[in-house]
Design a protein around this ligand. Sequence first.
Ligand code: UD1
Ligand code: CA
Length: 457
Amino acid sequence: MTKRFAIVLAAGQGTRMKSKLYKVMHPVMGKPMVGHVVDQAMAAKMDKIVTVTGVGAETVQDYLGDKSDYVLQEEQLGTAHAVEQAAPLLKHEEGTTIVICGDTPLLTMETLEALMAHHEETGAKGTVLTAHADNPFGYGRVIRATDESVAKIVEEKDASATERAVKEINTGTYCFDNKALFEAIEKVDNNNSQGEYYLPDVIEILKNNNELVSAYQLPNKEEALGVNDRVALAEAATLMKRRINEKHMRNGVTMVDPANTYIESDVVIGQDTVIEPGVYLKGQTVIGEDSMIGAHSVIVDSEIGDKVTVTSSTIESAVMGNESNIGPNSHLRADTVIKEHVHIGNFVEIKKATIGNYTKIGHLTYVGDATLGEHINLGCGTVFVNYNGKEKNHIHVGDHAFIGCNANLIAPVTIEENTFVAAGSTITDNVPADSLAIARSRQTIKEGYVNKKAQKD
Ligand code: UD1
Ligand code: CA
């Protein structure tokens, strides 16, 4: 089998992004652009992936980790110069090398495979992935000879008026015979309007050496999108969003309005789950089957079970067990674990707490730093007073406890199982099992008070 290598170009500063963040680290539906590119290259089964990074691009390497090897391009002298930096790792290898720009996040593994297959079948030394663009502005133009073969690629800034009228563009992805690539790259010069070493010039150099060069035109032109500024970044996000949503719908997820549903790249959703408009699912979120994610819910890095209903709520780094429900307008914060058949109603905030099976927290309640058992009822307005201004303390509530409305539980405190806490109590001491705790002043009645007061006035 022919060995296959990939070089990912990620050293450019990305001036047009006007950003402190390195260009290829800008996320598209939750994943940095370079992450999309490298993941697709990995899926296309490469023997080695080499990412070219620039000075100050530690973030790229930190993010990609051992998915890739790295070479440093100290000065950004152009795309050909960037590829040349990979020579020490690849130059002596026999095989096929694809070069991909780190700013083309929509490129798919299927396209990379089709490109390599086309390249290997034609026996070309270099194959460029091209696309038809209705608006080719900013891209290199593919100039064909009279026999339709590729003659050269001309950058926007170097193109004549006739060349600029060409609508076939260079996507920035190429396939080369590895040895031919590194031989040709030494011959690239920087005699052009930008004074840069252009990788596309390799195609012309191979051609002039009487080597066979070829082009493979993308059937799906949206994959060609190169992100150079934030307008293109938003365009890429829209296209990626549609692609992700279609994947989920084909897998059996119902989306009421996919155009207004935002699901990041790594999210997993089970069959027959319904997603309403305005939902944003982020990070490493996993959702089970037959669940209902209601309009305007935001779920980040969380695990939602089967048959769960989420109504207009925000869930972050939390777990919700099967057949539980939440909302509207509630908030689960980090390290919260909701077990099964739990009911969480409106305006409830829960942080760093475990809530046992069948427990109910209906309304206007704060639970923090706590463990709650099963079949508990927290009345409206229960507050877990977990913070004394210096430290957070723990509260435990046992199975079958019934906490009346508007109780304050002052941490640290334990309320054992089978207990009642009277409404309006402020609980500072442990409540033993099977008992009632009342901690509020007794009501006083002053009969006739209103009339007496009126006579005085
Ligand atoms: C490039 C192509 C253009 C093509 C377009 C497709 C060149 C000269 N032009 O233009 O024909 O139509 O991509 O999107 O190649 N990079 C480095 N080191 C450098 C310069 C760039 O690593 O010295 C990296 C960048 O991080 C980026 C990629 O190479 O990921 C492409 O560079 P960019 O400046 O965006 O090239 P374009 O002008 O878009
Ligand atoms: Ca670009």
